[in-house]
Design a protein around this ligand. Structure first.
Ligand code: F0G
Length: 354
């Protein structure tokens, strides 16, 4: 059967009926790519798989939750959705609202969202409300205003978001034939790690997997409330997607950590960027900075032995690298070669650099 999106595919496991009008852009079914070169460099015997969520329709994992959140908003008669966002949720909300023919309002922190995400929210016609504040301020405002205006919230406090996102765990189990030993994710609001845990436990309970993975949540050091054990008021990191100090899924994420036997940890911006670059240079996979936090954390915990030898590890890459071209270019030292349009100069450029 032709794949037409994750609601269609996992209909029996999601809160929809035969009458539900599905709002889909063909999300989900993303590649699981086995790393070939990086594990060798780590000097340990591990299998690392990348779940490349950047290949969803708007370039991030948010589409998994948004297809269901917007489907349910429309089903309940809603004519407008709203979210606070560090960028990806706003891009996804804008696209799915366009598809549904409803209005999207997005609150974003002024100057702190990556260029690609802003372009997406703008071109899909969302009403963009820039706030002189951070994501946490936006989230507080969204919750308040939703009590006074006719809008459905599509942030991950909307339970349909997590229901949609749990399908990533189903896909991994179906493709590998088992659940991995460890699943590493970048953590901001902690909706995704919570959703994955829901998915893994659902399949495990039904005997579709013999095991469940330890859930490892990695944050950026300047935005690491789970590592600190308390909310943070002025989060900072170059990985703007996870620049969040007051995560909305605090209890659910702790449940995932405890029940799975996993842990939270934090990485410096330098470690995050160097993992992003390593993936592009050694494996040909381009993700945005926040996404590389999962691999950066996995690599550190493989090297220090916290992740056991002979393990199977899945790292989710949450968003595509093209989301944040500025940060990508600013990391590169490649020399540009400027020439006249003549063959001999191209030839010299090749011979001098081969
Ligand atoms: N990676 C990326 C690329 C993200 O955009 C986000 C969250 C996360 C990881 C963290 O996921 O919040 O479920 O723990 N971005 C949200 C947004 C906050 O507004 O786009 P989480």
């Amino acid at each position: 059967m032709r794949y037409t999106g994750l609601i269609e595919h996992y209909k029996d496991r999601l809160p929809v009926s035969d009458d539900t009008k599905i709002i889909s852009l063909g999300e989900g079914n993303t590649p699981l790519i086995r790393l070939q070169n990086i594990p060798k460099e780590l000097g340990k015997n591990v299998d690392i798989y990348i779940k490349y969520e950047g290949l969803n329709p708007t370039g991030s994992f948010k589409d998994r939750g948004m297809t269901l959140a917007v489907t349910k908003a429309v089903e309940s008669g809603s004519k407008a959705i709203i979210c606070a966002s560090t960028g990806n949720t706003s891009a996804s909300a804008a696209a799915y609202a366009a598809r549904a023919g409803i209005k999207a309002f997005v609150l974003i922190p002024e100057g702190k969202i990556a260029l690609g995400k802003l372009a997406q929210a703008m071109i899909h016609g969302a009403v963009i409300i820039q706030i002189k504040g951070n994501f946490d301020d936006g989230m507080r405002l969204v919750k308040e205003v939703a009590e006074h205006a006719p809008v459905s919230i599509v942030n991950s406090i909307n339970p349909f978001r997590l229901q949609g996102q749990k399908t990533a765990a189903f896909e991994i189990i179906e493709e590998l034939g088992y659940a991995p030993d460890y699943h590493c994710l970048p953590v901001g609001n902690a909706g995704n790690i919570s959703a994955h845990w829901m998915g893994y436990t659902e399949y495990h309970k039904e005997g579709k997997a013999n095991n469940t993975p330890k859930m490892l949540g990695y944050q950026a050091l300047g935005s690491a409330p789970f590592v600190k054990g308390a909310m943070i008021n002025n989060p900072e990191t170059i990985a703007t997607a996870i620049r969040i100090g007051h995560p909305q899924n605090w209890d659910l994420a702790h449940k995932a950590e405890k029940e799975s036997g996993g842990w939270f940890d934090a990485l410096t911006d330098e470690e995050i960027l160097s993992a992003q670059k390593l993936l592009t240079e050694k494996e040909g996979i381009f993700c945005e900075p926040a996404s590389a936090t999962s691999l950066a954390g996995a690599m550190r915990d493989i090297k220090n032995g916290k992740i056991a030898n002979d393990s199977k590890i899945v790292c989710t890459l949450t968003g595509h690298g093209l989301k944040d071209p500025d940060t990508a270019i600013s990391q590169c030292t490649n020399q540009m070669i400027n020439i006249n349009p003549v063959m001999i100069e191209v030839k010299d450029a090749i011979l001098n650099n081969i």
